[in-house]
Design a protein around this ligand. Structure first.
Ligand SMILES: Cc1ncc(COP(=O)(O)O)c(C=O)c1O
Length: 406
């Protein structure tokens, strides 16, 4: 008899964005003549940078000619992209990352969901609250938790990110083995300083723990004092894996390209206490279950690191940050505290009431969609997340409607 993975039954009934989609669909059906403005989900709206488009086209043309045709590529990614990433994102900032420590994939969502597979099932996992839901759900599916009660899974250690700690969680009081961190943060938009990340790196090294560092929004950092990579922190090569994506950097949400950095210094221990290489384990997993990102997509991603690509990516992210500034200013004018939006495309607004109630009011009375903070965890109650990914005209119209409503 084929049997189900029982751990799936512990997952909360619906994924946050499915829940939102249901309410939005009901509103749209009831208000067919009204225009809906989506400022909830973090999907980009602007076209790809021209340098990426040109490289994408050139990559497709190569596939059209026998002399330049390519079949399967290396599972880990083509050398031209891995070298461009290592130099452009890390070595240029003084962080030691070698091209063969980079694994190119089609998605950060898959990478952050899959990474837990190479670790034991009885490890203790620390996850921020509020959080990008994939970190939690992938560990629930793997059976590392008990049931969920009051928005908390038994067995997980929750790292509370609140106004009081500036949305950068403190070290856990109980020992943990796998730690998820995300800066600039989704959903809060908060950032972490060198000193704050060093606390986590020192903890992980002292406790033989491993940090999963999700830097999906690194392209939005503008404060030159802030670290862009966890490898700018001494010792991080021994305790951290970094995740990056071209989705929000270069508008690749529909194109799909991402990568993770697995330093060769990173160790994991077996039941007998013997060291094993995380790099070797991930390489085994990646090359068994993944067959590489399409060649034209990798060409398009590599174009991000050309001088034109860098200028265009900066302009693209500046544009969204311009939207974020308008959103922040509007809520500040209404006396609602905000975090994020300065080094991040997300603005986390303290709405001082139930976050689903605020979501429903905004949807029903203004036709504007935000994301209720409670959907990201217990600490998100009383907050909503606004995304800056939209056209300027839509952002201005949405803010006008919000001003009228509030
Ligand atoms: C924190 C975080 N990590 C990862 C991802 C997934 O990125 P990708 O589009 O590469 O799957 C997202 C997407 O919204 C995200 O917010």
């Amino acid at each position: 008899m084929i049997r189900v993975n029982e751990h799936y039954s512990k997952l909360k009934a619906s994924y946050l964005f499915a829940d939102i989609a249901k309410r939005v669909a009901a509103w749209s059906q009831a208000n067919p003549e009204k225009k809906l403005i989506r400022m909830g989900i973090g999907d980009v709206t602007e076209p790809l940078p021209p340098a990426c488009i040109a490289a994408f086209h050139a990559g497709v043309d190569e596939l059209a000619r026998r002399e330049t045709f390519k079949g399967y590529g290396p599972e880990q990614g083509y050398a031209f992209l891995r070298e461009a990433i290592a130099q452009g994102d890390f070595q240029s900032r003084g962080a030691k990352v070698d091209p063969d420590e980079i694994f190119v994939s089609d998605s950060s969502k898959c990478d952050v969901g899959n990474i837990q597979e190479i670790f034991a099932n009885d490890i203790r996992v620390a996850i921020p609250d509020p959080v990008y839901p994939v970190y939690v759900d992938s560990n629930v599916m793997a059976g590392r938790t008990g049931a969920s009660e009051n928005d908390r899974y038994a067995g997980l250690v929750y790292l509370e990110s609140t106004h009081a700690n500036g949305y950068v969680p403190a070290l856990p009081t109980a020992p943990v083995d796998l730690i998820y961190l995300c800066f600039p943060n989704n959903p809060t938009g908060a950032t972490a300083t060198h000193a704050q990340l060093k606390v986590w790196v020192d903890y992980a090294r002292a406790n033989k723990a491993l940090i999963v560092f999700d830097a999906a929004y690194v392209a939005y950092l503008r404060d030159p004092q802030l670290p862009q990579s966890i490898y700018e922190i001494a010792g991080a090569r021994e305790c951290a894996i970094e995740f990056r994506s071209f989705s929000k950097t270069a508008g690749f949400t529909g194109v799909r390209c991402a990568f993770i950095v697995v330093p060769k210094d990173l160790k994991v221990w077996d039941a007998a206490g013997r060291e094993q290489s995380v790099h070797a384990l991930w390489n085994r997993r990646h090359s068994t279950k993944f067959n590489g990102v399409s060649y034209p997509v990798q060409k398009a991603a590599a174009a991000v690191y050309t001088p034109d690509g860098q200028t265009q990516v900066r302009a693209l992210t500046d544009f969204y940050l311009g939207n974020a500034k308008l959103v922040r200013a509007e809520f500040a004018r209404r006396g609602l505290a905000c975090v994020g939006g300065e080094n991040s495309p997300y603005i986390w607004v303290e709405v001082k009431r139930d976050s689903w109630e605020f979501f429903d009011t905004l949807l029903n009375q203004a036709g504007v969609v935000c994301t209720p903070g409670a959907g990201f965890g217990r600490c998100g109650q009383g907050y909503v997340r606004f995304s800056a990914f939209n056209s300027r005209a839509n952002v201005e119209e949405a803010l006008g409607r919000i001003a009228t409503l509030l």
